[in-house]
Design a protein around this ligand. Sequence first.
Ligand code: COA
Length: 378
Amino acid sequence: MQVYDGAVDRGLEGVIACTTGISSIVDATLCYRGYTIEQLAENSSFEETVFLLWNDRLPTKGELEEFKSTIGKEAALESDLIAALKNLPTNVHPMAWLRTAVSTMGLWDVDADADATDEDANRRKAIRLTSKMGTLVAAYARIRDGKEVVSPKPDKSTAWNFLYMLKGEEPSEEMVKVFDTCLILHADHELNCSAFSARVVASSLSDMHSAIVSGIGALKGPLHGGANEQVMRTLKEVGSEDNIIPWLETALAEKRKIMGFGHRVYKNGDPRAKILRSISKEMTEKSSEPQWFKMSTILDKEMEERKGLLPNVDFYSASVYYSMGIPLDMFTPIFATSRVSGWIAHILEQYSNNRIYRPRGQWVGKTNQKYVPISERS
Ligand code: COA
């Protein structure tokens, strides 16, 4: 395939594709609806953050209670959906499975036939998709391991339920708190690749499930959400502190991308990585494998010195999840469990002020071709 290096806007760098009031990135400051990520990570809960993303304001105490209760009640999967999911192959990446599972779930959705601009139906779908995403991810892990699917508890949070359904045992308060913070940190991120995909699909006035499935497809890639799993695989491949420098020298000489580093927008550091770095330190020290944090910090320092690249959200989240005993291939599905809320905020925003996305391509191909019948081609 020919690459046209001269083509304008490769990767749409710096291009403003739409106006948005959901999350903003200014230098190294990330805000959801005007609140810094640091404030939200410190004080909020995932459910409150989702309410904020969807409503452009923090909830009152009563509204939050009601919202949490609705999310909790909607988290369970219908038994006929579980039966259908059990027929899907599990020898595939969980993100491929999740993409199909969400699409399958859309067939059961009671508002499946609703018009894409029906605000009430979209709010109901939004709740169901957000509540059930973690349930689907945990169900995959259980089905793959030949275990019974664990039902969520309606009075528990998304973070509590996810850990409970994944492991089949009640999580500690500390684990829930850490996981909840991770969900907050991953909930939205301006016009990233998956949010943009979801908006493009929504802009044709297609339905919310279709837009979310496109978001999952985009997130799956290693240049986007798939990087967190690859970070842990990298750390394992490196193996020990002593091997970091030789490994890195070889990898950079081979022009390999080092997963978890670099960012299209942040050039002075990703604020989420700073928060996750301190969580990783704390969690790995408490686990039996503190070396993953130590190795991460050395790699972090070497990457900055050698390439001027800083860690992004995926770098330290890898050792956080690993220290919690979460399987590596669950890392990106966990990202989706949180990011579904941001995709929905973008889809709702798109529907509210829609015009179909239809950019142009700059023509760099051949011209004036003359059709030759197949019998005359050599
Ligand atoms: N490791 C090694 N080199 C990297 C790098 C990384 N993680 N990220 C960027 N670079 C280098 C590129 O090789 C390129 O060098 P060159 O100009 O000599 O060819 C330069 O930095 C610019 O990179 P580019 O890929 O064009 O940046 P981008 O803005 O298109 O991509 C990312 C941004 C995040 C996709 C990119 O940094 C990356 O692939 N990172 C690793 C994957 C990752 O962690 N993704 C999660 C993002 S939150």
